[in-house]
Design a protein around this ligand. Structure first.
Ligand code: 5U1
Length: 670
């Protein structure tokens, strides 16, 4: 093995670990996404050419292990205890008194106060700086071995950071909470509903379900994250305080919640708690309380533990986010794509400090599954700014007067026919000009990730559609000040502000434009994938299902939806009108170097160093295309062992044939 290549691979791995940490853990990237992608592609290509260079801790190896048959169990060296709960301030003060009595002191104690994540507790084990094992908390004594799933979480270091300030311990057991951020949870549930899969009840269940996958490729697609908050066995490092442990974890590359604070007395802890309760719904993840810990490890040792929980810690829980109430009626809303969504109207109830009077019921199958009837007493749940939902019916409170709900067979807004297509969980209104759909499409079009038109809110959109001033989003760009000012409750000044905001929004990236179109199954991420691949809107407008299917991350559902959209005359006209009205494209981030751009490959026979689908992914990652049949437009045919008839065809039409070595050489050096 060439020493230079070994060195190059090690340098790339080290650089990628560092950039991964800067990007995911600190949220302070030093290089552009394009530069990160370039380094990653370079390492992928190098490892493909020289598989002996692949190391288990390589940043390319987060996913890859084969699916498991079942999870092994593992014993925690030190049990993972649970926490005693307190639901009011008296209980917290009593805890402080108990601790002081036990320690025979009347001096105020130093505590750390930590946001309590509502996630899944895990333990990560590092030996000589490498992640070797990860497990769930289980019953506190033994948990399930989920190493390959934990490895897929980008904020989990595979290798500990080497810094001057901390020596890497020979063994380090780290404890933390895996969670799914609220926004990502909403997206995940939306995708599941689109695919007729049951939505997860809350982000914690989604995180738990994702960690319980036997196939880590599924886990890798879930937006998991982690905050670390403690240690088990540590060999080779001594600590005197919990605060110091947290600082050390940070220095070793772990994600530690930045809102953890030392507090000089229990009164200060209570101030911290009140502040957090007030802000709990501003956090991008779910919190269910504050964990209070005696900071001094010597005092922690003296306090010891009871059977299941330590005497030195307490969970001060937030008020419940679940409440019972009565369902008064069920309304049906019509969304952007015509989907009919049943919405529960509830007897107003305060849930975690906010009055709730509506909850989503998702779709008719969910109503059937949960047997929800109008008039039922129901348990509802509110999570962050997610729309509250009905968890279950309180069957014991049924009187017999409850009404079974029927989904309407015509659109409740425009009266058109509704259909439920095979494989779909929702009924849809078939009228693309249904005012409800038009309003939702315009709202989406003007939203933050799309054209981001300041001031074009729900009420105004409703007025514009109801007054017949906007029949589609393309009409937004032809609105003038006088028309807007003529609307009810609209002054000259707000009309001018809106005109300015519309003008400003006309400079847009291709990705935002694609997202704004509201094509089914095309969220922000897929819009970026499409923009990256096609570069211009014009190129996307002439894409075929085959072109789209050839893109990594894009399957038949998205491909068909995009093609159906771009083939529609009305959509084509709307796009042309927007371009005519002055919408122009900003250039996005610097394009990544794509050495195989413009080249089309056909693969035949078996390759030694990678599977056919790996080869396809590598080619696409470097900008090339893979086609299934040889034609004059094919640039190269790659022939592995036992090639098929495509080799003969290549010779017949005069296409250059590459063997495996030449192919790999091309990926690295071309
Ligand atoms: N932030 C935080 N969460 N949490 C959960 N710290 C923390 N500590 C725990 C648990 C169960 O347990 C130790 C105090 C034993």
């Amino acid at each position: 093995m060439n020493e230079d290549l070994k060195k190059k691979a090690a340098e790339l791995r080290q650089a990628l670990h560092r950039h991964n940490y800067l990007y995911y853990v600190l949220d302070e990237p030093e290089v552009s996404d394009a530069e990160y992608d370039r380094l990653m592609q370079e390492l992928i290509a190098l490892e493909a050419a020289y598989p002996e260079l692949v190391e288990p801790d390589s940043p390319t190896q987060r996913v890859g292990a084969l699916p498991l048959k079942k999870f092994e169990t593992v014993r925690h060296t030190i049990p993972m205890l649970s926490l005693e709960n307190a639901f009011d301030e008296e209980k917290v003060l009593a805890f402080d008194q108990r601790v002081m009595r036990f320690l025979k002191t009347d001096l105020p104690l130093l505590y750390t106060a930590e946001p309590k994540m509502d996630g899944v507790a895990v333990e990560l084990v590092y030996e000589n700086g490498r992640l070797v094992e990860a497990s769930t908390r289980g019953d506190g004594y033994t948990g399930e071995l989920i190493t390959q799933n934990i490895r897929t979480i980008k904020t989990v270091p595979l290798i500990l950071l080497h810094t001057a300030s901390v020596t890497v311990p020979s063994r380090l057991e780290v404890r933390g909470e895996v969670f799914i951020p609220i926004e990502a949870f909403k997206q995940l549930n939306k995708q599941r509903l689109d695919k007729s899969e049951s939505p997860f009840a809350n982000p914690r269940n989604a995180a738990a379900g994702s960690l319980r996958q036997l196939d880590s490729r599924i886990t890798a697609k879930r937006p998991l994250d982690i905050f670390c908050y403690g240690v088990g066995v540590v060999t080779g490092l001594e600590f005197t305080s919990h605060w110091k442990i947290l600082q050390t974890l940070k220095a070793l590359g772990f994600r530690v919640n930045p809102d953890i604070k030392p507090r000089a007395s229990i009164e200060e802890v209570l101030v911290y708690y009140r502040d957090l309760v007030g802000r709990r719904h501003e956090f991008p993840y779910e919190l269910d309380g504050v964990v209070i810990k005696v900071d001094d490890l010597g005092l922690q040792r003296r306090l010891g533990e009871k059977s299941r929980s330590p005497r030195w810690a307490l969970a001060h829980k937030f008020p419940a986010t679940q409440e019972t109430t009565v369902m008064l009626k069920i309304d049906v809303q019509v969304g952007r794509t015509g989907a009919l969504t049943p919405v529960a109207h509830l007897e107003p109830v305060s849930v975690g400090g906010v009055t709730v009077s509506r909850a989503t019921l998702h779709n008719e199958d969910e109503i059937k599954k949960k047997d929800i009837r109008v008039g039922d007493a129901v348990l509802i749940q509110r999570a962050g700014d997610v729309i509250p939902e009905v968890v279950k019916v309180i069957i014991t409170r049924r009187t017999g007067a409850e009404q079974i709900f029927q989904m309407p067979s015509v659109c409740p807004v425009c009266g058109s026919k509704v259909v439920r297509l095979q494989g779909e969980a929702v009924r849809r209104c078939v009228n693309a000009n249904c005012p409800a759909q038009v309003k939702e499409r315009i709202k989406h079009f003007a939203s933050k990730g799309a054209f981001d038109i300041d001031g074009l809110g729900d009420k105004l959109v409703s007025q514009l559609v109801d007054e017949g001033l906007s029949k589609s989003y393309a009409d937004i760009f032809t609105l003038d000040k006088a028309t807007i000012a003529g609307l009810e409750r609209m002054g000259e000044k707000s009309a001018q502000n809106l005109v300015d905001a519309i003008t400003k929004s006309k400079q847009v990236t291709v990705a935002r434009f694609i997202y704004a179109l509201g094509i089914r199954h095309v969220g922000e991420h897929i819009a970026h994938v499409l923009a990256r691949r096609f570069k211009t809107l014009r190129a996307l407008m002439s894409a075929t299902v085959d072109d789209l299917m050839g893109i990594d991350e894009i399957g038949p559902q998205v491909s068909e939806s995009v093609v159906a959209f771009i083939d529609n005359r009305e959509n084509q006209r709307n796009i042309e009108r927007m371009l005519k009205a002055g919408v122009t494209f900003e250039t996005e981030e610097a394009p990544i170097t794509e050495p195989l751009a413009g080249k089309t490959f056909v693969l035949t026979g078996a390759l030694d160093s990678m599977t056919r689908s790996q080869a396809k992914r590598r080619i696409e990652a470097l900008g090339g295309k893979v086609s299934s049949s040889v034609s004059r437009r094919t640039t190269y045919v790659v022939a592995g062992k036992d090639p098929g008839s495509k080799l003969g065809k290549a010779k017949e039409v005069g296409v250059r044939v590459l063997d495996e070595k030449e192919f790999i050489g091309l990926m690295i050096y071309d």
